[in-house]
Design a protein around this ligand. Structure first.
Ligand SMILES: [Zn+2]
Length: 238
């Protein structure tokens, strides 16, 4: 398994892409913003019938999905893959589109890009391009790579169709935005705190040794439980 990150992005939207090699086919968990082309820069990612598995359809996870011939997403977000909502690389605009509260607009950078990916790139033209969903996922589904299997755990709350993927042999958990070592977002468009609380409880019951999250670094079971319990404490009223 290899962690990929898209260059040129502000930390706000720099997501992890997890490239998992399988005997039958590869899987790439999440695809970045899609500002830079994976196909152009890392064609080897596509060499083994890669299936893009989208943890949820926010732009920093689903933006590159259109480059893949095989795309899997939870049924509740398949529509957003086919016709993506408007998106922007202007932080304030994007936060408004996502329904995020803006507490200190002056502290926001001018762009979600820290550098232009190529000459003549115009960030104003950015949009998430439609992708063709070839597999609709539901809770309990198994993605079989041949020598490796990933079990889908529907984990709504951050978005309705958020999923985490459990490799039951390695006890590795790919979590997207459901949990990572940073502030979690449960008060944006499409988010739902009671669902998030239920998903977090369920996640903490999984047998896991390493978490590979959608943002920042991987961590172990102890940190998973610290972060999860902290979230449940914060939302104890739900
Ligand atoms: Zn997200």
């Amino acid at each position: 398994m290899t962690k990929l990150t898209e260059p040129h992005l502000s930390g706000l939207v720099s997501a992890n892409l997890w490239w998992i090699r399988g005997q039958r086919h590869d899987v790439v968990v999440d695809t970045g913003l899609g500002v830079s082309s994976i196909r152009q820069h890392l064609p080897e990612v596509f060499a083994h019938d890669a299936l893009a598995v989208i943890s949820h359809t926010h732009l920093d996870h689903a933006g590159g999905a259109h480059e893949f011939a095989h795309v899997a997403v939870h049924g509740l977000e398949a529509g957003a893959m086919a016709s993506p909502p408007p998106a922007s690389l202007h932080p304030r605009t994007e936060m408004e589109l996502l329904g995020l509260a803006i507490s200190d607009a002056d502290a926001l950078p001018d762009s979600l890009l820290e550098a232009l990916p190529r000459v003549n790139y115009d960030p104003a033209t950015y949009a998430v391009r439609p992708a063709t969903v070839t597999r609709v996922l539901g809770d309990g589904d198994v993605i079989d790579l041949g020598d490796r299997r990933l079990r889908v755990v529907h984990s709504p709350g951050h978005t309705p169709g958020s999923i985490v993927l459990l490799d039951e042999d390695l006890r590795w958990l790919y979590t997207g935005d459901v949990i990572y070592d940073g502030p979690l977002f449960d008060e944006m468009l499409g988010a739902d705190i009671p669902s998030y609380v239920a998903s977090m409880r369920r996640l903490l019951d999984l047998d896991v040794v390493v978490v590979h999250p959608g943002h920042d670094e991987s961590f172990g079971a102890e940190r998973l439980h610290e972060l999860g319990e902290a979230y449940l404490g914060l939302r104890a009223d739900y």
